[in-house]
Design a protein around this ligand. Structure first.
Ligand SMILES: [Zn+2]
Length: 75
């Protein structure tokens, strides 16, 4: 279990460790089905342009789980 302060610290540590995606865009924390992820900020932007669509399909954007869903539920 993590309290809000501990979760905030995890997010700050994750963003400090990996501030940018391999594409150069900033990384941001995001809720994915109750789990906390660090992901490329371009992930939810409209994919305009052929290169952007290809890069996204090839998984050329960084992402990693910060905290699994069960750990967040009790927070
Ligand atoms: Zn990216």
């Amino acid at each position: 279990m993590y309290d809000r302060l501990a979760i905030l610290q995890l997010i700050e540590d994750a963003e400090r460790a990996e501030p940018f995606c391999v594409c150069g865009a900033p990384m941001v924390a995001a809720d994915r089905g109750g789990a906390l992820w660090l992901e490329c900020s371009k992930r939810h932007r409209p994919r305009t342009g052929r290169l952007a669509r290809i890069a996204f399909r090839l998984g050329l954007h960084s992402e990693r789980e910060i905290l699994a869903a069960p750990a967040l539920v009790a927070a």
